[in-house]
Design a protein around this ligand. Sequence first.
Ligand code: TYD
Length: 225
Amino acid sequence: MVSSRMNKISKIWNSQAVFITIEGIDGSGKTTQVQKLHERFLAAGKPCIATREPGGTPVGDAIRSMLLNPEVKMNSYTEMFLYAASRAEHVRQVIAPALNKGISVICDRYVDASIAYQGYGLQPEGLTPQLVKMVNEPAVAGWIPDLTIIIDLDVSVAEQRIGQRKAMLQQNKDRIEQRGTPFYERVRQGLRSLYEQEPERYLWVDGNSSTEELTERIWQSITQL
Ligand code: TYD
């Protein structure tokens, strides 16, 4: 018997737009995967845009520079609202218009990043995953990804990669990266909890795999949507 999943014509081969988001702690390699997947979509003749959060719009980019600037001090609630504000703009200016035109969207971070970083990561400062989810509801306005890829990596490996990258680019760590290991451990666990609560919506992949292996694995999941 052919399973219903096999029977279903894949959304993307049926020329329907798909909404994909990629998550992982800093240094997990998600930005490279966003680029690789974007190339794959275009090579397959599927219209697609790659975008990122925070940012992706003029307002979003202004919010991004505030959020990442190590000189800027703000409380956790302000931070949660600013990420959500950038998202509210991004959804309405970029994501929804593209999907409505049949253009697939690959987004480097989305609402799961807020739940993991602010909801789980900033729990000692009073935020909760439930609160962050609630605040983000009007921001995402019902635009839930078809698939969210979580690239998992040991915090120590990710921190080493960030350290090397920053040294190479002669850059300092941004406001979020400066938070250190215990914060990133909570974010990683938060991503794991999100996956465990709704495994059908996520693809969990091992960030130690080679770039090519990861791209192949992710592409296979997308083409089965
Ligand atoms: P990112 O663009 O992935 O960083 P980089 O350009 O260094 O690769 O994301 C910027 C930072 O913002 C990153 O540390 C994760 C954090 N972030 C949140 O804390 N909450 C969010 O909702 C989002 C989208 C990002």
